[in-house]
Write a protein that binds this ligand. Structure first.
Ligand code: DHB
Length: 396
């Protein structure tokens, strides 16, 4: 006899990152019950440094569904970015080109807002769980887990959602014959830092140079986020502040522009790859966000795509529970993948256009500058970039 405590719910969600929590929140607002479990602690998730750019559609969903008005108060609206190459900056004016903007609002804050709202609404979200196992995906899914106090549970649900990130446990439950993995590896990574310094510019700078790529982003008035292209095997311990700043200077400074420098308070190497798992459904399991796909960070699409997946899945589940029709749920994978592949293309394009390839030669360097020039000298080129960066239409 098992002494597992039974939890009965409509939708079981693995993962309490932004995707899992946003889905649980939207479902709750539609009167659909869910239980969310997460192997990490709330503190661990809150302290992980992640990307910071939200598309207008992501911001609208956070605001309209009542998760956050903080994003509008504490976030910074950015109406453009700078592309910098050959020592010169070229503005991409999103507002003027496509009438849209993005918001700089760290993913960590999105998580904190969602976690606070779920908690205030009495949502069932359990952090720091262990021993998770998944059963009966073709029928009524069950998830076994042990909670932070060592109590054993069995969730019995109608649907299971894998929102459990790039190391997804759920993804590996899908038989090989029923899925396809699409991979692309890149020969570089990003060296990311947080530094105590004032902003160096009003907007983000995406810098291409023959010494490699650098991205100058921001966090607050006094803390900045920056990255430079590095070897995937780079060891952060070998980089002191002087060496880090010398690398940024080589790639970004010039023609009268100088970065503001200051103490480096965090440093890390971020892996880099493109990955898509298709289809994003197996039986009664649906994958959302990083569990189903990874994009390289250039262009900051990861969180935005996850939120788009959630929106598509929510529409399917809501329609099913309201009308009994599973048509929209059946279309989930195709509807989500449509945007996933657009974002894969955009992230790949931004990456290859801005980074220095391995074994770069005179031809590849001159061709890359030709590509960059063809974008910044054409309204159509700039608008293509602006539309993708701020988020393709189709959702408001
Ligand atoms: C940030 C990260 C990105 O990958 C990007 O394209 C822009 C900004 C960030 O962390 O701020």
């Amino acid at each position: 006899m098992s002494n597992r405590h039974i939890i009965t719910t409509q939708v079981a969600i693995m993962g309490a990152g932004p995707a899992g929590l946003m889905l649980s929140h939207l479902l709750a607002q539609a009167g659909i019950d869910s239980t969310v479990i997460e192997i990490r602690s709330h503190k661990d998730i809150a302290e992980t440094v992640r990307a910071g750019i939200l598309e207008h559609g992501t911001v609208n969903l956070l605001v309209d569904s009542g998760v956050s008005d903080r994003v509008l108060r504490d976030g910074d609206r950015h109406d453009g970015i700078e592309l910098r190459f050959n020592g010169e900056s070229h503005r991409v004016d999103f507002k003027e080109l496509v009438g849209e903007s993005v918001w700089l609002y760290p993913q960590t804050d999105v998580f904190l807002d969602l976690a606070a709202r779920r908690s205030a609404d009495g949502g069932d979200v359990r952090y720091s769980v262990t021993n998770t196992t998944i059963h009966d995906l073709e029928g009524k899914p069950k998830v076994w887990f042990t909670d932070a106090d060592g109590v054993e549970y069995e969730i019995q649900a109608e649907y299971l959602v894998g929102a459990d990130g790039s190391r997804s446990h759920c993804r590996f439950e899908i038989p090989e014959a029923d899925r396809k993995w699409h991979f692309h590896e890149y020969p570089f990574a990003w060296f990311g830092i947080l530094a105590q310094a004032a902003r160096s510019a009003e907007e983000l700078i995406y810098a291409n140079s023959d010494k490699g790529f650098a991205l100058i982003s921001q966090r607050t008035e006094t803390v900045q986020r920056m990255y430079f292209q590095c070897d995937p095997k780079e060891n952060v311990a070998e980089w002191d502040d002087d060496r880090i700043w010398a690398e940024f200077r080589r790639r970004v400074n010039g023609n009268g522009f100088e970065l503001n420098e200051g103490p480096v308070i965090e440093k890390m190497v971020l892996p880099f790859r493109s990955f898509v798992h298709t289809p994003m459904r197996y039986g009664n399991l649906f994958l959302v966000g990083d569990a189903a796909h990874t994009v390289p960070p250039t262009g900051a699409k990861g969180l935005n795509l996850a939120i788009h997946d959630v929106r598509m899945l929510f529409e399917g589940l809501e329609s099913y529970y309201r009308s009994g029709s599973s048509d929209l749920l059946g279309a989930y994978s195709a509807r989500a993948l449509d945007r996933v592949w657009k974002a894969q293309q955009f992230s790949y394009w931004m990456t290859t256009m801005l980074h220095t390839p391995e074994g770069a030669n005179d031809f590849s360097r001159a061709r890359q500058l030709g590509e960059l020039n063809s974008v910044v000298s054409s309204r159509h080129g700039l608008a293509y970039l602006a539309e993708a960066y701020t988020g393709w239409p189709g959702i408001s």
